[in-house]
Design a protein around this ligand. Structure first.
Ligand SMILES: [Zn+2]
Length: 368
């Protein structure tokens, strides 16, 4: 991000509030925990990154509608949206989960979506605001299948960094997941919803009820933010260097924890719980069969590769089934330099696009 570009704005969204307590157990309320973590996280980001603008959807115990939270982030042209929530299920379930938008029919993910979306029923005019969406009806969720998430790659990247930081704290990470969460669907920027633990589990409760526990979670989120922010704001040259030198710390962070120095592996846009199914024919003619394509989109919907929206992209357009989603790539060249040129061009339309290396038609991975 150059100086000419606008400021990096992070919107921190403390789940629930006011008349909506969220999940409740033994007098412990989700709305109080999320607010405490959100405020601590905001303070840490401000301290580590004075240039970042930190905004809260709420900074006290008030009710804020789901749509209003997304509208707030959109209005302030946020660069990242972090929604903080607390999970609830059977007593044995414990650990953290971080969600990105997606239609996932897995029962547990749908349960989280229904529970977190249900709050819209508390709003007076919810039928109009939510355009007839019924958070309790499974059929309503089909509409999410048609939604495009242009920011899915960045959302997954940040979600992975968050879950990795939780793991470092010794929290059982239940991974990055997809669910049809309204608040994520309406935000026009990379967005995640993180469930920081189960209020229904004794062991999770011990840190969910203490200010030190909240600080610990906020610190993990803040570290993930620093890593993400560094990647987003690095010039291409800088990001190459930090990939090579794994011991390099975060220049912009006052955090001295050595875990900051760890440069993470590039995020593959794949839902972790599903085996990828890729059927492709080798078509490259180079001796090693090496070629490069630009991945510009990942969607749950299958769009015809001849769609007119793709007309201006480099040929050929390919659609690859990957778990429950489709990856879309364009271009196919043996020259990395050419691929970089093409990526730059595609990035004007698809900001998050990246180069993927193929060998003999087989996907090798993302090229930095
Ligand atoms: Zn919640």
């Amino acid at each position: 991000m150059s100086a000419a570009q606008s400021k990096f704005v992070v919107v921190i969204d403390a789940g629930h509030g006011g008349k909506d307590p969220g999940a409740v157990r033994n007098g412990l309320k989700e709305k109080d925990i999320t607010l405490s973590v959100a405020l601590k996280l905001g303070e840490m980001i401000k301290a580590n990154h004075p240039k970042v603008k930190v905004l809260y959807t709420r900074d006290k115990d008030v009710f804020v509608g789901l749509q209003a939270r997304s509208d707030f982030a959109n209005r302030h042209k946020a660069s990242l949206f972090i929604s903080v929530h607390v999970n609830s299920a059977s007593p044995s379930a414990r650990g953290t989960e971080t969600y990105v938008l997606g239609l996932n029919k897995q029962a547990s993910n749908l349960a989280v979506a229904m529970r977190e979306n249900e709050v819209m029923l508390l709003e007076d005019d919810y039928k109009t605001t939510y355009r007839g969406f019924n958070p309790k009806s499974t059929e309503s969720y089909i509409m999410f299948d048609l939604m495009q998430d242009a920011y899915i790659n960045s959302s997954i990247e940040f979600a992975n960094l968050v879950e990795r930081q939780y793991s470092r704290l010794g929290k059982p990470s239940r991974g990055v997941r997809q669910a049809a969460l309204w608040v994520l669907s309406q935000s026009a920027m990379p967005s995640v919803l993180t469930e920081i633990g189960f209020i229904s589990n004794n062991s999770d409760q011990s840190y969910l009820k203490s200010p030190e526990g909240h600080r610990e979670i906020a610190r993990a989120l803040s570290k993930a933010f620093s890593q993400y922010y560094k990647r987003q704001t690095a010039t291409p040259k800088e990001s190459n260097r930090s990939e090579e030198s794994k011991s390099e710390g975060s220049a912009d962070s006052t955090d001295t924890d050595d875990s900051m120095a760890d440069s993470s592996e590039p995020t593959e846009p794949k839902e972790p719980h599903h085996e990828a199914t890729r059927v492709e024919q080798p078509n490259s003619t180079s001796p090693e069969g090496r070629s490069y394509r630009i991945q510009f989109m990942a969607l749950s919907k299958a769009i015809d590769t001849k769609d007119k929206r793709f007309a201006k992209l480099g040929k050929p357009i390919r659609r690859i089934k990957d778990g429950e989603r489709y990856l879309y790539t364009c271009g196919d060249t043996e020259s990395l330099a050419e691929a970089r040129k093409l990526r730059k061009q595609i990035a004007k339309q698809y900001k998050d696009c990246f180069i993927v290396e193929y060998r003999s038609g087989k996907r090798i991975g993302r090229v930095q």
